[in-house]
Design a protein around this ligand. Structure first.
Ligand SMILES: [Zn+2]
Length: 565
């Protein structure tokens, strides 16, 4: 079978510029593909360099290097295929998504023309062959191209175009449309029309869900707000299914078929939340928000998520997910209620103005980003779990991890650079009401507020104490709560403030002021500090990287004398 090689840049072109080796990287790649090609029995032919033709991208237009079906060598090749001058062949290209700069329905149609004209498309990067002889070729091709295209274009206009393309493909191939139309669509004048009432309800569902509301809450909201469809009540089961129903963004069996009801980004986020919830809330019963710190709580030893379980005496215990699951961590569990009460009381008393000082506060946009960040952080944990469980992780998963990390970094940068004074923190909750596990709605609302204002809560245990590190969406301040593991009593509350190279460690009336640049520290209020506060602070500072020297200063004889006198 004759192989037609198409590269974006030809060696002829490159030789002129670089006096180069005569073969470009792309050419080398496709040549290597042909040399290493194993015949596919479904296709029934071998490829060989003895029978090949290089399609010159510069042909006819000297400065043209783009992928194009109408101009240059590929355009001529297409015409020869359409005129039956070429009746069969294998077109070897690096990746079909390189053509995604074309509106995707055009790219699909162009490829379609070639395939129907007897040309098999060999995609070098993936090893996929698109051919008449291979089933589902068209949908696979459409999927690859659309995915690449979707990343670079705005979605609503795509939906229209793809819908059109789908219709055209259906018309051209005579393949019928899927028999069952989703209940939110009607066909009017052979076009899909979205049911307004359904669309409103679905968009409310996705909005609330991606804002962090639980499914039980959303169901109630819909049923109480005249958003039933045909007088039928919504159910949690229906909603749960909806979060991953790709027909809502127009997809069906790997093809874009319907007009989209939900914004693709929103849908993606909802799906991620759903997946991360399945992961984080395995112990969750009936939608109850057992841990109010879902998706911000982390184990201080291994970084895994925390989970709640019930012990034999019907008490809720808080565990590192890994300690509980794979036993890879050794952080022991503790009474959940102790941690919850200590943190809620602390948060209730926080002067948020001081946490998010003028110029350091976020605005609405940053609220949104914070929610996104917390979701991304749990998402990243999940991916890492997947990677750890296999020796040969699929490249797609690795790529997702890299993308996620990049996104997290980007978000963190964006959030910290945001400046606004309009931000308002609302922790106007009654603690007695919140700690009641039956108040599901209230606990969910509180969880959302926590997610918006607290970046992470990290749990450690040390010597009979639970050490709780609370980080906010600012580099300036963090708090550390130290709770007695047996009684739940808050024994110490440390704040750490960082300003212009100076770090203040505060515990009650006592502070240590550290100048990072000079490497010196001074003590304030050492005559009034309680012994417990002093030593707990020393222990805590000793656990921080490269701060042992401060602990050494704390243990100097004259300082010890002042504390113990
Ligand atoms: Zn752990």
């Amino acid at each position: 079978m004759r192989a037609f090689l198409y590269c974006r840049v030809s060696s002829k072109h490159q030789t002129k510029q670089q006096g180069g080796t005569g073969v470009t990287r792309q050419e080398a790649t496709v040549i290597e593909y042909i040399n290493g090609y194993n015949p596919d029995p479904k296709l029934g032919y071998q490829l060989s360099l003895d029978d090949h033709e290089m399609l010159d991208p510069d042909l006819g237009k000297s400065a043209y290097h783009g992928y194009n079906f109408t101009k240059g060598a590929l355009g001529e090749f297409k015409l020869k295929v359409l005129s039956r001058e070429i009746k069969e062949g294998a077109l070897i290209i690096e990746n079909v998504d390189r053509f995604s700069r074309l509106p995707e329905h055009e790219a699909i149609r162009e490829f379609n023309d070639l395939i129907l004209g007897g040309i098999d498309i060999h995609e070098v990067e993936t090893g996929i062959v698109y051919s008449k002889k291979i089933p589902n070729t068209l949908s696979k091709l459409a999927h690859s191209i659309e995915r690449a295209w979707g990343e670079s274009e705005r979605k609503s206009s795509i939906a229209k175009k793809v819908w059109k393309a789908r219709r055209e493909t259906v018309l051209a191939t005579g393949k019928p449309l899927p028999a069952r139309t989703p209940k939110w669509l009607k066909i009017v004048n052979s076009e899909y029309v979205i049911d307004k009432k359904y669309s409103d309800a679905v968009n409310a569902i996705f909005k609330l869900y991606t804002e962090g509301y639980g499914t039980a809450y959303i169901v109630k909201y819909l049923n109480n707000n005249d958003m039933k469809i045909d007088d039928l009540s919504w159910s949690t089961a229906a909603l749960t299914k909806m979060y991953s129903d790709e027909r809502l963004i127009g997809w069906k069996s790997g093809m874009r078929v319907y007009p989209a009801l939900v914004d693709e980004e929103v849908f993606k986020r909802a799906k991620e939340i759903k997946n991360s919830k399945v992961f984080l809330n395995k112990q969750k019963i009936n939608g109850a928000q057992r841990s109010i710190f879902n998706s911000i709580a982390r184990c201080g030893k291994c970084g895994a998520a925390m989970c709640v379980s019930v012990n034999g005496h019907n008490k809720l215990y808080y565990w590192c997910w890994k300690k509980r699951g794979t036993k890879e961590c050794d952080l022991s569990g503790f009474v959940y209620a102790y941690a919850e009460l200590a943190i809620l009381q602390h948060i209730k008393n926080i002067e948020w103005d001081k946490v998010y000082l003028e110029g350091e506060r976020g605005n609405d946009r940053s609220e949104e980003l914070r929610l996104e960040l917390t979701e991304l952080l749990s998402y990243k944990l999940e991916i890492e779990e997947i990677l750890k469980s296999t020796e040969r992780p699929p490249t797609a998963v690795l790529r997702t991890l890299i993308n996620t990390e990049e996104q997290i970094e980007k978000l963190e940068g964006e959030i910290s650079s945001m400046i606004s004074s309009e931000y308002e923190v609302n922790f106007d909750f009654n603690i007695d009401d919140i700690i009641n596990q039956n108040n599901i709605e209230l606990r969910q609302k509180c969880n959302i507020q926590l997610k918006k204002n607290i970046k992470s809560i990290v749990f450690n245990k040390y010597d009979g104490y639970i050490i709780i590190d609370i980080e906010y969406f600012t580099d300036v301040l963090k708090h550390v709560l130290i709770v007695n593991n047996k009684t739940g009593v808050l024994v110490s509350n440390i704040s750490i403030t960082k300003r212009g190279g100076v770090i203040y460690y505060n515990s009650g009336a006592f502070s240590i002021v550290e100048s990072e640049s000079e490497g010196v520290c001074t003590f304030e209020g050492i005559d009034n500090v309680s012994v417990t506060d002093y030593f707990l602070l020393a222990n805590y500072i000793g656990s921080l990287p490269e701060k042992q020297w401060i602990v050494d200063v704390m243990y100097l004889q004259n300082n010890m004398d002042a504390v113990l006198k």
